[in-house]
Design a protein around this ligand. Structure first.
Ligand code: SAM
Length: 392
């Protein structure tokens, strides 16, 4: 990735980052090695200081990046058609949204789902206390009459339930392990303070150690045929995370939407530096050490790993396709036509939104949708145009 010039953060934000860096330094000094996964975890979720935990703007035009639900309500309207189809099959059902960001998708979905097949409860499981508060404000402001249906959970449901799990751009925000392959073998990537690091100007750098046995085992299972040296990411905790969030779903489906690839593309020999990307004020770049806590750090999703994680939790793969094919199969065209009929001067922004969601160079193909289900013998609407599961 070519060098991107990043705007300087405001002084008070730098102070926030310095406080987080002091904690990172302290933990590094105590442990002697900080795996990248731990650095990413702290940079994103350290209470009060991590990117998602502190009160930064994050999503939307005034933040660092825009997600599909932030572009407008087209995405949620299409998703609503998919939820309704599953809801009709299940009868009584609940929705569990993971990582609900600003709460926009929840508000739009609640508004868009046909009241005759509306979920009994709309649960939100959100790690960030700051975002939870924003979600409450968004839902209260936009759908006050449905606020009673929405509950914020502190943990995934403990009791068996039936319904739909939704997660848009959540897996890319889970901490990943990074490793390097070279002539000397497999090394786990870590983070340490650089020589020029100081409390005033924090600076971290990569460091490496021979991969611990568990990581080595996971790497051995990957179809790697790289030009050396080769660095990339892996999410060894994905099966445990999926079991935690979907373990009690005994009937229904989980829909995961994210940027990613099937495994053979994820670990292609050309992708020599992995998939980590940072977002800062609408600039995508690869400096993961830029002011920790002030920028988003993400990794692409290995969808083959997600399907396998599903299998290990007893979930069945019910569909895998691109975002554009999913949205079109859910009726994006008809929806657009209807909206255009009633649009006055928002026609232009509607078509810009539709393009952004579906064009291959934008979100249409970079984003993929996967459905994992249990006890749900149903051809899911969103995969009706083309199911790409054979590519996994
Ligand atoms: C990239 S944002 C996406 C937000 C939203 N889904 C959207 O599409 O606009 C990632 C979201 O996932 C949340 N998150 C990350 N890890 C989580 C976890 N383990 N459980 C629940 N939420 C999580 C973050 O706090 C944030 O709300």
């Amino acid at each position: 990735m070519s060098k991107v010039i990043l705007p300087e953060p405001d002084p008070e934000l730098k102070q926030l980052s310095r406080a987080l860096c002091a904690l990172i330094r302290e933990e590094y000094a105590q442990s002697g090695f900080m795996p990248f996964s731990r650095f990413m975890e702290m940079a994103l979720y350290q209470p009060g200081l991590g990117y998602y935990s502190a009160g930064l703007h994050k999503l939307g035009a005034s933040g660092d990046f825009v997600t599909s639900p932030e572009l407008g309500s087209l995405f949620a309207s299409c998703l609503a058609r998919q939820v309704e189809q599953i809801g009709r099959e299940l009868g009584n059902y609940d929705v569990l949204e993971l990582g609900a960001g600003s709460g926009q998708m929840a508000a739009d979905l609640l508004q868009q789902i046909d009241p005759d097949v509306a979920p009994r409860n709309y649960w939100i499981l959100e790690r960030s206390a700051d975002l939870r508060a924003r979600q409450k404000d968004a839902v209260a402001a936009q759908v006050p009459h449905l606020m009673g249906r929405v509950q914020w959970l502190d943990a995934p449901p403990h009791a068996p339930w039936q319904g739909v799990v939704l997660a848009n751009e959540v897996i890319d925000a889970l901490a990943v392990e990074r490793f390097r392959l070279d002539a000397a073998g497999v090394h786990q990537a870590g983070v340490r303070p650089a020589i020029e690091d100081s409390p005033e100007s924090p600076r971290f750098e990569w460091c490496y150690r021979p991969a611990p046995e568990a990581l080595l085992d996971a790497v051995r299972k990957l179809p790697l045929n790289p030009k050396l040296p080769y660095q990339t990411e892996i999410q060894p905790d994905l099966p445990a995370w999926l079991e935690a969030v979907c373990g009690k779903l005994n009937r229904g489906a989980a829909l995961f939407i994210d940027y990613g690839y099937p495994r053979h593309e994820y670990y292609s020999p050309e992708r020599q530096d992995g998939t980590l990307i940072c977002h800062y004020r609408h600039r995508a770049h690869d400096d993961v050490f830029f002011w920790p806590g002030l920028q988003d750090i993400t990794a692409f999703v290995d969808f083959t790993a997600l399907a396998e994680a599903g299998e290990s939790c007893g979930l069945e793969l019910s569909g895998y396709t691109s975002q554009s094919l999913f949205l079109l199969a859910c009726g994006l065209d008809q929806l657009l036509a209807k909206r255009f009929e009633s649009a006055n001067d928002e026609g232009l922004s509607l078509s810009a939104e539709a393009k952004q969601l579906t064009l291959p160079g934008m979100m249409g193909e970079r984003f993929q949708v996967m459905a994992l289900s249990r006890n749900l013998p149903l051809e899911l609407l969103g995969f009706g145009l083309r199911d790409l599961s054979y590519r996994l």
